[in-house]
Design a protein around this ligand. Structure first.
Ligand code: HEM
Length: 216
């Protein structure tokens, strides 16, 4: 077993990938108020495809004893995303949204590891949900102010069943540190988290390109 707990190794070794993702032009512009409501809606739409894949994988992984330690219904985002899209786009939202190329690749990867590899599933689960419980909370508040939403439209960021996100993340990190993975598997999990960050960065880049093409 490695001397460095997995949660600490992940923080350390994904710091640069996190900064790249966080600093992606689309995200920083959205947070600075330099992107439109339509651009925000496009982000919500891409999240829908990602969480549809992630939460289908979650259902398949529920019976695995290691995966089950990370799974909690308190995290489920798909109903909130559907309600947000219904509010933001209207009842025909599902006919009006399409995955961008990076999203399609991200979804394919989640589907692949989500059926075959517990460590890979946990890597994707960690990257999305711990991010949503961290920076996501800030992003939700900024979008709420910027676009004048109440809770309609930003439901994705509201974890109604998690009163204390910091405490929830601490328990999650304890589970990461207790995972029964040898050094080789731990390395593969860290590599998969880096891949997940890369998908998120490319998704932002695709969103920026699509938005710029729409106004050109
Ligand atoms: C503008 C965008 C973002 C901001 C402002 C932001 C901000 C933050 C902050 C402040 C933390 C530390 C929270 C803590 O120590 O408890 C954090 C953690 C985290 N973020 Fe982000 N983030 C952003 C984007 C992203 C993206 C795109 C992802 C990947 C999908 C991501 C994934 C994560 C993860 C997994 C953690 C937990 C790290 C850990 O403690 O293990 N973040 N974020």
């Amino acid at each position: 077993m490695s001397l460095v707990p997995l949660s600490a190794a992940l923080r350390e070794r994904t710091r640069d990938a996190h900064s790249t993702s966080e600093g992606a032009g689309f995200m920083s512009a959205l947070l600075k108020g330099e992107r439109s409501r339509d651009d925000y809606v496009s982000l919500v739409a891409q999240h829908y495809f990602v969480y549809e894949a992630l939460e289908s994988a979650t259902d398949r992984m529920r019976r695995d004893p290691v995966a089950a330690r990370f799974i909690s219904d308190k995290l489920t985002r798909l109903p909130a995303l559907i309600a947000d899209l219904d509010f933001l786009i209207g009842p025909d939202w599902s006919e009006r949204i399409h995955p961008l190329p990076a999203t399609a690749e991200y979804v394919a990867r989640i589907e692949q590891v989500g059926s075959t590899w517990v460590g890979g599933f946990v890597a994707h689960h960690y990257t999305r949900y711990l991010g949503d419980l961290s920076g996501g909370q800030h992003i939700g508040r900024v979008m709420q102010r910027r676009f004048g939403f109440d809770t309609n439209g930003i439901g994705f960021y509201v974890f109604a069943d998690i009163a204390d996100p910091a405490a929830f993340k601490d328990v999650y990190r304890d589970e990461l540190d207790a995972a029964p993975w040898d050094d080789g598997e731990t390395e593969r999990v860290i590599a998969e988290v880096l891949l997940a960050y890369d998908f998120n960065t490319r998704l932002f880049d695709d969103l920026a390109r699509a938005a710029d093409a729409a106004v050109a």
